[in-house]
Design a protein around this ligand. Structure first.
Ligand SMILES: [Zn+2]
Ligand SMILES: [Zn+2]
Ligand SMILES: [Zn+2]
Length: 252
């Protein structure tokens, strides 16, 4: 299974509009972070976690040529607003795109993209979705996805474990019942916004403490704000913990 980080930035993206800080003006391309999303390739199938407002540019950059499913973590704008741009894959593949999400996230998607769900626009050009409600572990083409419930402030969000990898973004608290789902991993992806604490996100220190406890072989941090420069932050981290960057690919 191949994992590719389509985006690793926080909700505003980095560079952040109007900001002239040293990370936003850095010449290191790894300091340029589009909104957070992961591509999972397995057995010829392509599954995304989230479709960000940057999805089109991310797909162009990574030459994504097919798409089979999108799994959503939650309904915030930085995780869902690229859904419309997936319609081109429907035009090409002629199969409705499988969309897996919690009931609450499906409600948000139906509100934001009512024109896709309603299918009443009679002049064509719309994508087609096959919504599936997540209410436990589910399989997509031979890969089992186990939802990992976490809290993002007071909003329930889903992380996902698949095989020996897990992707958990947009959380401030991981309940004990979810931590046990994150043991024995080769690759653990965690939210790590910045150094300063935040009411709805994990910061670098909190995510390092989780890595210490869960002991994955490798940990990669995402949803990164402009407070953290790529190279200088990595220099402070243990060797098996790195900030992810846009375009980073790992085999699991
Ligand atoms: Zn987010
Ligand atoms: Zn900045
Ligand atoms: Zn969020």
């Amino acid at each position: 299974m191949r994992l590719t980080f389509l985006g690793t930035g926080t909700s505003t993206g980095v560079p952040t509009l109007t900001c002239q800080c040293r990370v936003c003006t850095s010449s290191d391309v790894r300091d340029q972070r589009t909104r957070p999303s992961l591509m999972i390739e397995h057995d010829g199938r392509v599954v995304l976690i989230d479709t960000t407002p940057d999805f089109r540019q991310q797909a162009l950059r990574e030459r994504v040529s097919r798409l089979d499913a999108v799994i959503f973590t939650h309904g915030h704008a930085d995780h869902v607003l690229g859904l419309d741009d997936t319609r081109v894959f429907y035009f090409k593949q002629q199969v409705p795109l499988v969309v897996c999400a919690s009931e609450a996230t499906l409600v948000t998607l139906r509100q934001v993209f009512s024109y896709i769900f309603d299918q009443t626009y009679k002049f064509g050009g719309l994508g087609k979705l096959e919504p599936r409600r997540i209410d436990g572990p589910f399989d997509l083409w031979g890969v089992r996805f186990t939802p990992v419930p976490v809290l993002h402030g007071d909003l329930p969000v889903l992380g996902f474990r698949f095989g020996k990898a897990a992707y958990v973004t947009d959380f401030s608290t991981i309940p004990e019942s979810s931590l046990v789902l994150l043991e024995g991993l080769e690759v653990l992806v965690l939210d790590a916004l910045r150094h300063k604490p935040h009411p709805t996100h994990s910061n670098l220190e909190q995510s390092l403490a989780l890595v210490e406890r869960l002991k994955p072989r490798q940990a990669l941090f995402t949803h990164i704000a402009h407070d953290l420069g790529h190279e200088e932050t990595n220099a402070t981290l243990p060797a098996h913990v790195r900030l992810a960057y846009d375009g980073l690919s790992v085999e699991v």
